[in-house]
Ligand binder design. Structure first.
Ligand SMILES: [Zn+2]
Length: 320
């Protein structure tokens, strides 16, 4: 068994991560395969970060069975720093503290792993404070930043990390349906723009819901087993843990909606770009470029946690 079993569908990322884990275990920390600063993007990036962390903290490259693996996957390993953010931004003071803690030597494992979720919420000054740390992280420290897409972190960060994109499992539509892609091009009036926005958000929500429900049920079942539920009674610690779990599931579902919308927006942008090829007049070209800009702007707003429906409505009105 291996922690990487959970990443079977990730055809691009999986071989890179397994080779990195192998190189790290053989202490080839300066090798090509292993690097000390990563950016994970796309679907399930936070889970993937935990799995990779487990493979680095485990004594046998992520057996999924030892206590290093188990505590790493639960986010509670002593040499793992898991940073989640409830706030709208990650500020410079938070990062300074984090950089300091990241430089501590690992206590039981070979590495100290820092997972920074929602790296898209780093303020510019916070991102700058992070630069030096991820450029020269120290031999025993590994940084894994997570963000919806590489475009969501500033270029100076992007150029110092190895980026891995994770794709949605088969149940989520990985390509946007033609029906959805046609919508922005068929808008005739404001009412039509609002309808198109509603339809796209609805699709993203229902897709995320169906996937989330399956995951949620499975996790709840396991958590209840772990806390030894008998009948409808849970121990005191158990109910608190279940509440925490449910809270995490809710925010994951929100993220999934955002991720799906992000994919749709990228596909729409590509469609406009394709249109550019057949256009001769400069003024027509400029119009299309303005539309691509509007789509990218909507992505940026969603990444900053803007309300999906409002964002899509504003976009569809400007694409009209
Ligand atoms: Zn293990």
């Amino acid at each position: 068994m291996s922690v990487f079993d959970a990443l079977k569908g990730q055809k691009q990322a999986l071989p890179i991560l397994t080779m990195a884990a192998k190189a790290a275990a053989n202490d080839a920390s300066e090798s090509q395969e292993m690097t000390h600063a990563w950016l994970f993007t796309g679907f399930g990036r936070e889970k993937a970060a935990l799995l990779f962390a487990a493979s680095l903290l485990c004594k046998s490259e992520g057996c999924a069975d030892c206590s290093d693996c188990k505590t790493a996957l639960a986010g509670s390993h002593g040499d793992l720093e898991l940073v989640k953010t409830d706030g709208l931004s990650i500020k410079i003071d938070d990062v300074r503290e984090l950089v300091q803690r990241a430089s501590w030597s690992p206590s039981t494992s070979n590495y100290r792993v820092v997972i920074l979720e929602s790296a898209e919420r780093l303020t510019d000054s916070a991102a700058n404070a992070l630069l030096k740390a991820i450029e020269e992280p120290g031999l025993r420290t590994v940084w894994i930043l997570c963000a919806p897409s590489a475009a969501d972190v500033i270029p100076t960060i992007r150029s110092r990390v190895r980026t891995l994109a994770f794709v949605a499992p088969a149940q989520l539509p990985t390509t946007t349906s033609d029906e959805i892609l046609r919508l922005p091009f068929e808008i005739k009036d404001i009412a039509g723009a609002f309808m198109a926005a509603a339809k796209i958000v609805e699709l993203a929500k229902s897709g995320a819901e169906s996937v989330a429900e399956t995951l949620n049920d499975e996790e709840l079942k396991k958590a209840k087993e772990a806390w030894g539920q008998q009948g409808s009674k849970l121990t005191a610690g158990g109910s608190k843990a279940i509440k925490e779990l449910e809270k995490g599931q809710k925010s994951r579902q929100t993220r999934m909606v955002h991720d799906t919308l992000d994919t749709i927006l990228l596909d729409i942008a590509v469609k406009y770009r394709d249109q550019l090829v057949g256009v001769a007049s400069d003024s027509e070209k400029l119009k299309i470029i303005a539309k691509i800009d509007a789509v990218m702007d909507a992505r940026a707003r969603l990444a900053r946690n803007a309300a999906p429906l409002l964002t899509m409505e504003a976009l569809m009105v400007s694409l009209r």
